[in-house]
Design a protein around this ligand. Structure first.
Ligand SMILES: [Zn+2]
Length: 73
């Protein structure tokens, strides 16, 4: 199963979630396509993500920028 970027439709590899109370935004690796909330983003859009004024952005992604294709033997 693949997840598309909510902005451009490209293959997503990270997910953005936020908490209004804390004014916090997080970027995480997209590990579970069934994650109940958050916006899926491709690498391009997650890299260009800027939080709203007064919010803090925490990038919790592992910095594995390598594209890892899945091969089925
Ligand atoms: Zn995108």
């Amino acid at each position: 199963m693949t997840v598309s970027c909510s902005r451009c439709g490209s293959l997503a590899n990270s997910v953005m979630s936020f908490n209004y109370g804390d004014r916090a935004v997080w970027l995480d690796d997209l590990v579970d396509p069934q994650q109940p909330y958050g916006y899926s983003l491709c690498a391009d859009h997650s890299d260009r993500m800027t939080p709203p004024q007064g919010w803090t952005l925490t990038d919790r992604r592992t910095v594995a920028r390598l594209f890892a294709p899945v091969h089925v033997a």
